[in-house]
Design a protein around this ligand. Structure first.
Ligand code: MLT
Length: 412
């Protein structure tokens, strides 16, 4: 008899985005005319083509793979040296941050790494997670048995929830109680809020005092537009002793379908063994990657490297400006409709209050049914997301303008 992982049975019916997909499919099948004018602002998936520098690098790498003399088989599981060096140099050392090439681990996505990191952390940790939040943090903890059951609001027993509300600008403060592992996402998915230096300093000092590890998801770092907002947790003194950082090429280079990301595990970061000894996490992550991962394809790593070339950097800036231009249009449209709006300044997400009397899913159904626009209901990101919805700015400018018009035309 084979036993299944009972923890999976605690999960709510479906992962948020497939659930939205299911509802949209049912709607479009039942309403073929509305389906023709459907605009998707739900999942944060890029819409613009890969930058030309990336396309050139892909072609070149493909040609290399077609020649015996330049063909590559298995690469290093941690990533090719050329990409690890480009990342460490451009994203960290060029900004005065002390990160070594071999502290960078290249992977096929931050979502995967956010889940996989639990392999190297123990089961006794008290885990603190923002609410609302990118659902992967909660669900992966449920899957490995770090929680009890969910209550009626979908909150899991055993997790420390950090409420993110309009009152705290959607950035959580360190809790009064103890936590061992803390998930922070800045700029934030879904709210678009970005933590200030002082807010991150408070978290780093909390983590150092509690010997906790911060899992810092910076997938939207490239969208920061306000000066002074940290782009990396390592801008905060002490973070090398308490934080792991996740970054992705999905949203800056348009790699959602191409797949490449990286995780920074400083060699100075320690955690405690069951016997009370302090040990570095870097060798554990290295071991985990060597055992469970065979690396990102050579072709894709060359493509990611091209994002750091002068042309690549300029083309990435162009993509970010395009999506943030959409964000401005969407913010203006939602404000003109009299809605409460956050985000859209340091992130490609607009966080909008549902008009009184509407739950997030009711707003989803109304916006889908009447405006034929797909958004993401805030309650799908956690119970504190109830009463909000998220609009993604990943789209063409024409679609963003049309969505802004349709939102203004809605009668609530
Ligand atoms: C989102 O829409 O929240 C993101 O696209 C999900 C992701 O990046 O995995």
């Amino acid at each position: 008899m084979a036993f299944l992982n009972d923890n999976y049975l605690k999960l709510k019916a479906g992962y948020l985005f497939p659930e939205i997909g299911r509802r949209v499919k049912a709607f479009t099948e039942a309403n073929p005319d509305a389906a023709k004018r459907l605009i998707r602002c739900g999942i944060g998936d890029v819409t613009e083509p890969l930058p030309p520098a990336v396309i050139a690098a892909l072609h070149k790498a493909v040609d290399e793979m077609g020649e015996r003399s330049t063909f590559r088989g298995y690469g290093p599981e941690q990533g090719h040296d050329f990409l690890r060096a480009a990342i460490a140099q451009n994203d960290y050392r060029a900004h005065g941050l002390d990160v070594a090439d071999d502290e960078i681990f290249v992977s096929d996505g931050s979502k995967c790494d956010c889940g996989a990191i639990l392999d190297i952390l123990g089961d006794r940790n008290v885990v603190a997670i923002s609410d609302p939040v990118y659902p992967v943090y909660v669900d992966t903890n449920v899957m490995v048995g770090h929680t009890g059951d969910a209550d009626a609001n979908g909150a899991y027993a055993g997790l420390v929830y950090l409420p993110c509300t309009a009152q705290n600008g959607f950035i959580p403060e360190p809790p009064k109680e103890h936590a061992d592992v803390i998930y922070l996402c800045s700029p934030n998915n879904p709210t678009g809020a970005a933590a200030t230096r002082a807010q991150l300093e408070a978290w780093v000092s909390y983590a150092l005092a509690h010997k906790a590890v911060i899992l810092f998801d910076a997938a939207y770092e490239a969208y920061i537009s306000e000066p002074g907002i940290p782009h990396s947790i390592y801008e905060i003194p002490g973070a090398r002793e308490c934080a792991i950082e996740f970054r992705s090429f999905s949203k800056n280079g348009g790699f959602t379908g191409t797949r490449c990301a990286f995780t920074v595990v400083p060699k100075t970061l320690h955690a405690t063994t069951a016997g009370g000894e302090s040990k570095p996490l870097h060798p554990l992550w290295n071991r985990r990657m060597s055992t469970k991962f065979n690396g990102v394809s050579y072709i894709v790593q060359r493509a990611a490297e091209a994002l750091y070339s002068p042309e690549g950097k300029q083309q990435v800036r162009g993509l970010i400006e395009h999506y943030m231009g959409n964000a401005k249009v969407l913010v203006a449209g939602a404000k003109a409709a009299g809605l409460t709006v956050f985000g859209g300044v340091n992130a490609p997400y607009i966080w909008v209050g549902t008009p009184a009397g509407h739950t997030s899913w009711q707003a989803f159904d109304k916006i889908l049914g009447e405006a034929n626009v797909v958004i993401t209901p805030g309650s799908g990101f956690g119970s504190k997301g109830e009463g909000w919805f998220r609009v993604s700015a990943f789209n063409s400018r024409a679609n963003a303008e049309e969505v802004a018009r349709r939102i203004q035309a809605l009668k609530w």
